[in-house]
Design a protein around this ligand. Structure first.
Ligand SMILES: NC(=O)c1ccc[n+]([C@@H]2O[C@H](COP(=O)([O-])OP(=O)(O)OC[C@H]3O[C@@H](n4cnc5c(N)ncnc54)[C@H](OP(=O)(O)O)[C@@H]3O)[C@@H](O)[C@H]2O)c1
Length: 225
């Protein structure tokens, strides 16, 4: 069988709001023939070429169930959403920590509960899980949980395939130029990532029928240095 990233006839739901990575994945899926849906908390502010907007709030199970009822069965579910609760442990805010787990771990679990997914689920981890640093305990824990959740769901939901991508530092519009230049200089790849780099890996995960239960590190080697 030829393996292709063509998605003609597939429905691809990307839950990731205004993130540049989510928009790129939704646009690339649409360009490969998918019926692409981009969901976030404010559908009026979502923009991805060829994708239609939908509303969802991952902190709210009723909102997730309502999204599932509106979109019906999908072939692929991608969740890139994240909420941050960085800072020293001594100053952590309990609600912010809970919201971070809602966006990355509990929300994706509830999407898996309510949606009918025919093909694959792709979750988003992050390099911090493999490179802990002071002030990042919540980011480390949520991203680490995502990697293990992908393994658990790959077993429980089979034959639906479930994977995760762990991006390194990606210029999705939030990092400042000095930080990006410093990071590029220390990475084995010699540069930081782009939404296109991450989207190419996402399409691989959606379409390769022998990839399940794994985390793809799209980090320029960042977890090694
Ligand atoms: N960019 C990087 O350098 C990098 C590095 C490592 C890992 N990652 C991971 O890669 C993924 C994409 O990264 P990114 O930088 O593009 O993300 P981002 O800019 O942080 O965007 C995350 C998006 O999540 C959505 N969101 C947050 N809470 C939500 C909720 N309760 N319900 C629904 N949507 C919610 C928000 O969209 P709305 O406000 O529109 O709803 C937001 O735009 C994330 O999981 C991130 O942790 C990124």
């Amino acid at each position: 069988m030829d393996i292709t990233t063509d998605l003609t006839g597939s429905t691809v739901l990307v839950v990731g709001g205004r993130s540049g990575i989510a928009a790129r994945i939704a646009a690339d899926a649409a360009a490969r023939g998918a019926d692409a849906i981009l969901a976030g908390r404010d559908p009026g502010r979502l923009a991805a070429d060829g994708a239609r907007p939908e509303a969802v709030d991952l902190t709210d199970e009723a909102s997730i169930a309502a999204l599932a009822a509106r979109v019906g069965p999908v072939d692929h579910l991608v969740v890139t959403a994240a909420a941050h609760a960085n800072g020293p442990v001594a100053s952590l805010d309990r609600d912010a920590v809970h919201t971070a787990f809602d966006a990355k771990v509990i929300g994706p679990l509830l999407l898996a509960k309510h949606l009918t997914v025919r093909g694959s689920i792709l979750l988003f981890s992050g390099v911090a899980a493999w490179r802990p640093a002071p002030g990042l305990s919540v980011m480390v824990a949520t991203n680490g949980a995502v990697a293990f959740l992908a393994e658990a769901l790959a077993v429980e939901l089979a034959p639906v395939r479930v994977n995760a991508i762990s991006p390194g530092i990606v210029d999705s519009g939030t990092w400042d130029a000095d930080f990006l230049a410093d990071t590029a200089a220390r990475l084995p790849a010699g540069r930081t990532g782009t939404p296109a780099d991450v989207s190419a890996a996402a399409l691989l995960a959606l379409t390769n029928p022998f990839v399940t239960g794994t985390t793809l590190h799209v980090d320029g080697g960042g977890r090694l240095v």
